[in-house]
Design a protein around this ligand. Structure first.
Ligand code: ADP
Length: 217
């Protein structure tokens, strides 16, 4: 269990906070607006009214005790940047910031935050990738063109071995695991017989995964 603080409980900050709570973490929510704080007070570990542009108010929050502070202030770029400066002064472990403009990104990277998030752009890219590969349930990009993807096997693959599907042209794709109902089978061998609706978690280069994905559906 990790300790998170989320500053700004708008749509983005509240969604992130509630999801972290669901995952069993501890979340401090901070907002300048008392109505917003009241709304989430019962659902978060702690919820506090504070203006994070005020250095004394930030110091009182004790944010250096948290693993990550996520600044999720929406349109007020100035408030978000001033908050970063205050957090840097109290040596917060990790600072993640939601950014809405190129200029803000530039200043944040100069200030040296740990992660800058552009929700609209990142979600747009994800939606485009899901639209063009509807068979892919989910994926993680590992950088350098390598991906982990989750694909559900179609009826067509019932009773066929992994080798027959995946080992046709020296493909360098690894089957990390197969989920079958509540069972998880780690690193199945090539002679493992698939069933329809098995969920395959594959690792490999994107260009190879692109050629393999259509064989699985
Ligand atoms: P979203 O697009 O995620 O809904 P909003 O701009 O609506 O973003 O929400 C940002 C939240 O940040 C609001 O609830 C707002 O009250 C809060 N906020 C704005 N400025 C400050 C500040 N200086 N200190 C603390 N919270 C702030």
């Amino acid at each position: 269990m990790a300790q998170f603080a989320v500053i700004g409980l708008g749509r983005f900050g509240s969604a992130a906070s509630l999801e972290l709570m669901k995952m069993g973490h501890s979340v401090l929510g901070v907002d300048i607006n008392s109505k917003v704080v009241d709304k989430y007070a019962d659902q978060l570990t702690r919820a506090v009214i504070a203006d994070v542009t005020d250095k004394a108010a930030v110091d009182e929050l004790g944010l250096d005790n948290y693993d990550v502070v996520l600044i999720a202030i929406g349109d007020d770029i100035q408030a978000s940047l001033v908050c970063v400066v205050h957090l840097k002064a109290v040596n917060v472990n990790k600072i993640w910031v939601k950014a809405i403009s190129h200029a803000q990104h530039l200043i944040l990277s100069k200030l040296g935050v740990d992660r800058i998030i552009h929700p609209e752009e990142e979600m747009g890219i994800r939606v485009a990738q899901m639209l063009s590969y509807p068979m892919v349930n989910d994926y993680i990009s590992l950088g350098n063109g390598e991906f982990v993807v989750e694909i559900t096997a179609s009826e067509r693959l019932d009773d066929i071995s992994i080798g027959e599907v995946l080992r046709t042209n020296n493909d360098v794709v690894e089957v990390l695991l197969i989920k079958r109902k509540s069972q998880i089978l780690v690193r199945p061998a090539d002679d493992f017989i698939l069933q329809a609706k098995d969920i395959l978690v594959l690792f490999g280069p994107l260009n190879i995964l692109r050629t393999i994905a259509p064989k699985l559906i």
